[in-house]
Ligand binder design. Structure first.
Ligand code: PEP
Ligand code: MN
Length: 345
């Protein structure tokens, strides 16, 4: 349930209500909105307890949360969450583009890509050091060496880094290097991993599972939020359907659905969503028009040589062209984009 405090409730009254709820065995999550404070109380409710709380000074009303996700829902927090990563604000009026290679392969590859995507207006660098490959014989990523190269690319460009953490045992290490921890589609319901990334308090990009409903996805986010980490971004990356013309079916329905149900920002991944670079620009523009808060796009300086996901990676020139098209779409839907630095090709 949520306890809505009066507009003029004092900090003391809020603390008293929180203390009483804790005493009754509830887990407390505070949301201090511009207008008023809302206290999320997670636990079994007993009617006598509700009456007791409702009568306390400063309390306006008690509202049950009907959805199974509590902290991820709009009922708990009506205003959108903004996840701050350096000077980038995901979920604000800025349309944020994250870009970079699927996998970190070498210093030259990742630094060159970082420079080029930055010049085109990307705000965050992506790159995998731990890769969840379908085959154990495929390139698995450079592990810590890859994280070091990402750090170098950040030093060279100033771009914050988003990178995947595959296993609970690697969370501490990856968190030392990453600005955003990516939970991959295959791990969306790896609950011990979700609990572990909550502990770091670092921003998390939570990808939707290959065959998961929006509700299951929001319940996965709930694991991170209830662990005390509120900096969660959702990422729609396509789901499995009967369709084989594309690698996955990019579910853009999820954008307005998530916006209605949740306050968390939503990022769209048109690279994995389509699996084919020729479809990436159209789906990027569509995602922006649909109200996504940003995109994560795979870019490789020489996609034909990429060790993973070459067919869906844009060249830097294609990416730069797309960024210009996106600026027009973003403006049409009331979002702004960082102005790209002048690029020479
Ligand atoms: C990736 O971002 O390279 C990746 C493996 O994504 P997903 O988990 O969505 O398949
Ligand atoms: Mn990939």
């Amino acid at each position: 349930m949520i306890v809505v405090m009066k507009k003029d409730a004092t900090p003391r009254q809020i603390e008293d209500v929180a203390a009483r709820l804790r005493h009754f065995g509830f887990d407390i999550h505070l949301s201090a909105g511009v207008e008023r404070t809302v206290i999320g109380a997670i636990g079994d409710k007993k009617p006598a307890v509700l009456e007791n709380i409702e009568a306390m000074p400063g309390v306006e009303r008690i509202v049950p949360i009907l959805h199974p996700f509590k902290l991820a829902g709009r009922e708990f927090k009506p205003e959108p969450t903004v996840v701050q990563v350096g000077d980038v604000r995901v979920g604000s009026d800025e349309f944020v583009v994250m870009a970079g290679p699927c996998a970190v392969e070498s210093e030259e590859q990742v630094v060159e890509t970082a420079r080029q995507v930055k010049a085109a207006g990307a705000r965050i660098l992506r790159g995998g050091a731990y890769k969840p490959r379908t085959s154990p014989y495929s390139f698995q990523g450079l592990a810590e060496e890859g994280l070091k190269l990402l750090r170098l690319a950040r030093e060279e460009t100033g771009l914050p880094i988003v990178t995947e953490v595959l296993s609970p045992k690697d969370v501490e290490l990856v968190a030392e290097y990453a600005d955003i921890l990516q939970i991959g589609a295959r791990n969306m319901q790896n609950f011990s991993l979700l609990r572990e990334v909550a502990v770091t308090r670092k921003p998390v990009l939570l990808k939707r599972g290959l065959a998961n409903t929006v509700e299951e996805w929001l319940m996965a986010a709930e694991y991170i939020l209830s662990g005390g980490n509120y900096q969660v971004m959702l990422c729609e990356r396509g789901i499995r359907t009967f369709e084989t013309a594309t690698r996955n079916t990019l579910d853009l329905n999820a954008v307005p659905v998530v916006k209605e149900l949740s306050h968390l920002p939503i990022i769209v991944d048109p690279s994995h969503g389509t699996g084919k670079r020729q479809y990436v620009p159209a789906m990027s523009r569509a995602a922006c028009a649909a109200g996504a808060d940003g995109l994560i796009i795979e870019v490789h300086p020489r996609p034909e040589e990429a060790l993973s996901d070459g067919p869906q990676s844009l060249t830097p020139a294609q990416f730069s062209q797309l960024m210009q098209e996106l600026a027009a779409v973003a403006a049409a839907v009331g979002r702004r984009m960082a102005s790209p630095a002048p690029v020479k090709w």
